[in-house]
Design a protein around this ligand. Structure first.
Ligand code: FA5
Ligand code: MG
Length: 363
């Protein structure tokens, strides 16, 4: 477990390194990965009739900041680089925040079509669709001039949208989908795809036309192409109707036994819904306050017993300009009923940590 002055990886996250749900038989994450590999193998063939896309799913999770950020033109002052957002192993290494970290090395090797599946890590908000460890699949396709009707970004974008719509429809059927404009430093134009799930729009992937400056860095200016990064948990939630992302990490047989390799037509039958317990905490935000620091502390203390962290009230003091926030923490186990004593103890630990380690002034 990394422990130097620049490391901010908590034990609860480090424990998940190596779990590789995308390699675990009969696990929903693995089932979706295999479906996508097969879909591409069928739909995209090379001149010899062999699958066009090469697949990689064993790249180690610790990458350099060059791979994760610089190669992708992420500006030095981009918030995504900060230790509030990213888990640093040391100053020059991070737990990859996305599978795009492997794009450039494969492009430099001369590859033109590949899929990379891997575990990714982020300090993020806490709710039913965000988890500090999740799985992405990167897809990249470069075209030679002869492979496109016109050698333009428009033609690439059209191929990207057609490919992804076909892929996502093969999994999600007629679930409502919509494209929204997005921004990534390494693609232009950029788009995200959202799926309608439990009453709201859930983002399932980011994508775009690969920025010409990325291709320049890789010495691949003879081609143009697209890339996408799909959130496998998000697809799995919509496909199997899994209401909470924490379930993918459970060892509970009542969850795991509902899934089997090759089967994407079953829906998850919730085995129980235990009651939530709500606890509020109010504090003055110190200068430079970042919500991810608070969420990360709650996650470290409560693990998978925390379901959601949300601001329910905030105000700024008229004279001092200090900001006060009240956060509501929802505790709920996916597997059992929680006792009051247990939750009171967790909440007390959160309060102590917040005041003594993070040095927030409680109210
Ligand atoms: C990216 O990570 C880009 N690398 C995607 C990309 C690749 C764009 C290639 C262009 C070209 P984004 O941060 O939006 O983008 O994440 C992509 C997907 O990962 C999201 O749509 C979501 O499905 C999933 N995701 C992101 N954060 C989390 C999280 N904390 N928990 C679960 N899934 C997540
Ligand atoms: Mg996004």
């Amino acid at each position: 477990m990394p422990s130097g002055p620049h490391s901010n990886v908590p034990a609860g996250v480090w424990d998940k390194v190596g779990r590789n749900l995308h390699l675990q038989r009969n696990h929903p994450i693995q089932i979706i990965k295999s479906h996508i590999y097969q879909y591409f193998a069928r739909s995209h063939k090379d001149m010899q009739g062999m699958p066009l896309f090469r697949t990689y799913d064993e790249f180690p999770p610790v990458v350099t900041t060059t791979q994760n950020f610089d190669d992708l033109l992420v500006p030095k002052d981009h918030p995504g680089r900060r230790p509030t957002d990213t888990f640093y192993v040391d100053q020059a290494h991070v737990l990859r925040t996305h599978t795009s970290a492997h794009q450039s090395e494969l492009l430099r090797r001369g590859e033109n079509a590949f899929l990379v599946t891997a575990d990714c890590y982020r300090r993020d908000e806490i709710d039913a669709s965000h988890y500090p460890v999740f799985h992405q699949m990167e897809g990249v396709r470069l075209f030679a001039p002869s492979e496109l009707a016109s050698f333009t970004a428009e033609a690439v974008l059209e191929d990207l949208k057609r490919t992804l719509e076909g892929l996502v429809r093969s999994l999600l059927g007629d679930v409502p989908l919509r494209w929204v404009d997005a921004y990534f430093p390494f693609t232009h134009p950029s788009l995200e795809l959202e799926a309608f799930f439990h009453g709201s729009w859930l983002e399932v992937l980011g994508s775009g036309v690969i920025h010409t400056d990325v291709l320049k860095l890789c010495d691949r200016t003879d081609r143009i192409g697209w890339a996408f990064g799909i959130g496998i948990e998000r697809i799995a939630m919509v496909l199997f109707d899994v209401p909470d992302i924490r379930l993918f990490w459970t060892q509970d047989k009542r969850f795991l036994e509902q899934f089997s390799d090759g089967n994407i037509s079953n829906r998850f039958k919730p085995f129980s819904k235990y009651p939530p317990v709500y606890k509020d905490i109010t504090f003055w935000c110190p200068p430079g306050f970042h919500e991810n620091d608070f969420c990360s502390a709650v996650r470290d203390i409560a693990g998978d017993l925390v379901e959601r962290v949300q601001v329910i009230d905030e105000f700024t003091h008229g004279k001092t300009g200090r900001q006060s926030r009240c956060y509501r923490i929802t505790y709920r186990s996916m597997e059992r009923s929680l006792t009051n004593t247990e939750i009171d103890e967790l909440q007390q630990n959160v309060r102590t940590h917040v005041s003594q380690e993070l040095r927030y002034e409680l109210r």
